[in-house]
Design a protein around this ligand. Structure first.
Ligand SMILES: [Zn+2]
Length: 311
């Protein structure tokens, strides 16, 4: 519950940040500089920037010009709070905090297990970052059918760097663990192949995610060429690459299938309801975001379920 609450708070702060980045991407404004009221341009003070509370306290109006602030601000903050709160809660309940075990503090276990905390925190950061970027792109694509390069390109690079750091730390953790005991030292090269085999196993998902990101981008690009740019744009290509890098193989492919399915179902519903005519484009980005979130939270279970069907 502590983790869930910490996640909720983190999410609401990220939420107000995300809203600003999404708005500034759409209006092509600089990401630097402090927040200000869009109508009277008054610079906002720190006490205007409390997520949720500032909005409720000011009853959804600007403190300076009293102009109404869109409900979107509140929705994004609450939505991000719930998403990150759920993420923190789910991740912490999967994780065993061996470091808090009193016995382990007095044994060798301690020196080994304190490696686990940074790995846990880095993976949490990795997933939080993923959700934050998805949220920005969800907002821009839904509003203006636009997926900004200013967000996707740096995010792809950050995703690769974070993935690489996590991989290297996991390998260092394994090496350090083996070094602690005489038996472990027997498993290190050049005496034994054990260590190198596990280095390969640890590094494989990282290289897999680079490959699947490239494959999805290539697939989207060929769809654009075949359909001559109807229904999908260059922004989707970069979003696809980003999702591949962040979810890895095979989760990213499942996310893709989920997005196509939900997108197709909603299109049919909209056509039946007469809201859209056949061939009219709806943005694909929000479905990619939805599919990715489902795979981020329940990917392991969905892949297991699928494998149990075919096996
Ligand atoms: Zn104002």
């Amino acid at each position: 519950m502590i983790w869930g609450s910490a996640g909720f708070l983190t999410g609401t702060v990220l939420g107000s940040f995300i809203k600003v980045l999404a708005d500034r991407s759409l209006s092509n404004k600089s990401f630097r500089g402090r927040s200000y009221c869009p109508s009277c341009r008054a610079g906002l003070r720190w006490y205007d920037l409390f997520p949720i509370f500032s909005y409720l306290y000011l009853r959804g109006r600007c403190r300076y010009c009293k102009k109404k602030i869109g409900i979107e601000y509140l929705l994004v903050e609450v939505g991000m709070g719930l998403l990150i709160g759920f993420l923190f809660w789910q991740q912490s309940s999967d994780f065993q905090f061996t470091i808090f075990n009193i016995q382990s503090i007095f044994s060798l276990q301690f020196s080994i297990s304190h490696f686990k905390i940074p790995i846990f925190l880095l993976e949490l950061l990795f997933k939080t970052f993923f959700i934050a970027v998805l949220a920005i792109l969800f907002l821009t694509d839904l509003k203006k059918m636009f997926i900004p390069d200013r967000i996707t390109i740096p995010s792809i690079l950050i995703g690769i760097v974070l993935g690489l750091i996590i991989t290297v730390i996991k390998i260092a953790y394994l090496y350090y663990t083996l070094l602690q005991t005489p038996l472990g030292r027997q498993l290190l090269p050049p005496k034994n192949e054990y260590f190198m085999r596990h280095v390969y196993l640890i590094a494989e998902p990282f290289f897999g995610s680079l490959l699947v990101g490239t494959a999805i981008a290539g697939f989207f690009l060929s769809l654009i060429i075949i359909t001559r740019g109807k229904g999908m744009g260059g922004g989707d290509v970069k979003l696809g690459a980003f999702i591949g890098i962040m979810l890895g193989f095979p989760q990213a492919l499942f996310a893709l299938i989920l997005s196509f399915l939900t997108g197709a179902i909603l299109s049919v519903v909209l056509i039946i309801l007469g809201k859209k005519s056949f061939g009219q484009t709806i943005p694909f980005g929000p479905f990619l975001v939805l599919g990715s979130l489902i795979m981020l939270f329940w990917g392991a279970q969905i892949v297991d379920w699928y494998l149990s069907l075919s096996g």
